[in-house]
Design a protein around this ligand. Structure first.
Ligand SMILES: [Zn+2]
Ligand SMILES: [Zn+2]
Length: 132
């Protein structure tokens, strides 16, 4: 059921560019129009954005929806890594504030990207269902 609505969705034309099919997904955190876009949209509005082919994103979504989401596993791995770094910093016992802040920024960024990715995915699924 889900697969069919996604397939139908994939064949949809871009609302702004009726000659183009939706073929990409913008995952840029800062992008106000992130979500599904066409090749034309990418050139005009999403040039330097983090963009993925829609087919690949759809595949990842359906892979993720079936068993245990990869994303959750990735996040768990990141947390373990983070804990290790933290222990290491503690052992060094010096003023490592700068490094600590860098690490915090790095991990926050990854978490944001994952959250953003999930939001974009569920947006696609919502819209896909509406169009089905
Ligand atoms: Zn477009
Ligand atoms: Zn964008």
């Amino acid at each position: 059921m889900l697969g069919r609505s996604l397939l139908k969705f994939k064949q949809n034309k871009c609302k702004e560019h009726p000659d183009e099919n939706y073929s990409l997904i913008c995952l840029e955190v800062e992008c106000e129009e992130r979500g599904i876009i066409c090749a034309e949209c990418q050139i005009i509005k999403h040039e330097d954005h983090l963009v993925k082919p829609l087919t690949l994103a759809l595949k990842e979504i359906s892979d993720d929806l079936q068993p245990m989401p990869h994303l959750l596993q990735t996040m768990a791995k990141i947390d373990v890594l983070y804990a290790k770094f933290y222990t290491l910093l503690g052992r060094l016992g010096r003023n490592m504030k700068a490094i600590e802040e860098e690490l915090n920024k790095f991990f926050r960024n990854i978490h944001d990207r994952i959250r953003n990715y999930k939001a974009a995915c569920s947006k696609i699924l919502d819209e896909g269902t509406l169009n089905a």
